[in-house]
Design a protein around this ligand. Structure first.
Ligand code: F3S
Length: 398
């Protein structure tokens, strides 16, 4: 692989042990992939940092880089963790788990990572068209490529961390123009307005399931940004989709591919049928509702509260859990008590996929198809799919 003079110096330890170790990792993987050079990035986002996912080996890897003097060289953020960052009232984690998780956080922040604690890093720093990034978190990767026209592959946790320290990633895959063109054409017959949650997620699931790893052109009306986030998250979960071109939304939209490798035409009834397929439970069976996968804007809990007040709803008879970015936790403290009394619990900096859930719930409803994909597989929990509005109406107490 061709390296610049500065990169040679990094590799030879002139910038310290941690940078050398990190660049070695990137070069080794880049060479295995066939990359000819590296590219500078403007933002690294590390996923795979929940103690539930990475355990002690992952903790050691991160802590060792920190203790070796590793410091970020570009703007760097990190994903949700396995605990709520202001207390541990809702999700069942042990003192041991909290201590381990906090050690990971101390190492990341010691290296200069921003206290983001979210899977929507594009809300903190919206990427610009054509910018190179090194992001973990599959849903954020797909949003960066599809909604912002920025360039990132789906990087694993260690690689994103190494990219944060070096400011480099291999120039390969979606960083190259020629790999960003759609090859599949998917058409959804016009229905009743723009697709939001959960229907956009169901469309994403179909995309991922049928065309995983490819770039589809999606000819459908999708709500921006929430529908796009839901679609990207589900497609990435079901089939490692890292980029879509969405008609009228993606900045790189140049119209449908002239000679697609495949075509798929869907109708609203296909979406309804797949929704039934994905669900493993009904709304009546759900003990709670989870929303915020990907994380919601911090304004969502406020809007929900406003909705309850305007409709004279005192509380919900079954709880709603709302995952929001960790960076927003402080601002939401003021309303947390009132929300809790009404049956709404904020989960700042975490979500029920990356935290522990076993034993506290058997069946949950959600508007996130990504959550519906992972919960039965990771936590053995059954899932109903519905909109938040439907759930609130069903369980409103006046
Ligand atoms: Fe984010 Fe957790 Fe979903 S990390 S995308 S809320 S699985």
């Amino acid at each position: 692989m061709y390296l610049t003079h500065e990169e040679e110096l990094m590799l030879n330890g002139e910038y310290g042990e941690a940078v050398a170790k990190a660049l070695k990792l990137i070069v080794r993987v880049g060479e295995a992939l066939g990359a000819e050079r590296l590219v500078k990035i403007v933002h690294a986002h590390a996923s795979g940092i929940s103690y539930d996912n990475i355990g002690d080996p992952g903790l050691s890897f991160i802590r060792d880089l920190y203790l070796a003097g590793g410091r970020v060289s570009v703007y760097s953020t990190y994903n949700p963790i396995g605990i709520e960052i202001w207390d541990q009232r809702v999700l069942p984690v042990t003192r041991h788990f909290i201590e381990k998780q906090m050690e990971i956080i101390r190492s990341l922040e010691g290296m200069g990572f921003d206290r983001s604690v979210t899977c929507v890093p594009y809300k903190l720093r919206p990427p610009r068209l054509g910018e190179h990034l090194a992001w973990g978190e599959s849903s954020a990767v797909a949003v960066a490529n599809s909604l912002y026209g920025a360039r990132t592959n789906r990087e694993g946790g260690p690689i994103a961390l190494a990219a944060a320290l070096t400011g480099r990633i291999y120039y390969w895959g979606l960083h190259l123009d020629e790999n960003r063109r759609p090859g599949i054409y998917i058409k959804l017959a016009a229905g009743n307005g723009a697709l939001g949650e959960p229907d956009a997620g169901v469309l994403g699931y179909i995309v991922g399931e049928n065309y995983g790893g490819q770039i589809p052109y999606i000819d459908a009306v999708v709500e921006v940004p929430r529908g796009v986030q839901a679609l990207c998250a589900a497609a990435a979960a079901a089939g490692s989709t890292a980029m879509c071109i969405i008609r009228g939304v993606s900045p790189e939209d140049q119209g449908p591919p002239p000679n697609p490798l495949d075509r798929l035409t869907l109708t609203a009834s296909d979406i309804r049928a797949k929704k039934r397929d994905i669900a493993t439970a009904t709304l009546d069976e759900a003990q709670a509702f989870f929303t915020g996968c990907p994380h919601h804007d911090p304004s969502l809990p406020m809007r929900l509260l406003d909705y309850l007040r305007r409709h004279g709803i005192r509380r919900l008879s079954r709880p709603v859990w709302v995952a929001v970015p960790g960076y927003a936790a402080t601002n939401l403290r003021g309303v947390a008590d009132e929300l809790r009394k009404r049956g709404i619990h904020i989960l700042p900096g975490t979500c029920i996929v990356v935290s522990r859930l076993r034993g506290i719930i058997k069946t949950i409803a959600t508007d996130s198809v990504k959550t519906a994909f992972y919960l039965p597989r990771r936590h053995g929990v059954d899932v109903a799919l519905s909109s938040l509005e439907e759930f609130v109406k069903r369980y409103a107490v006046r």
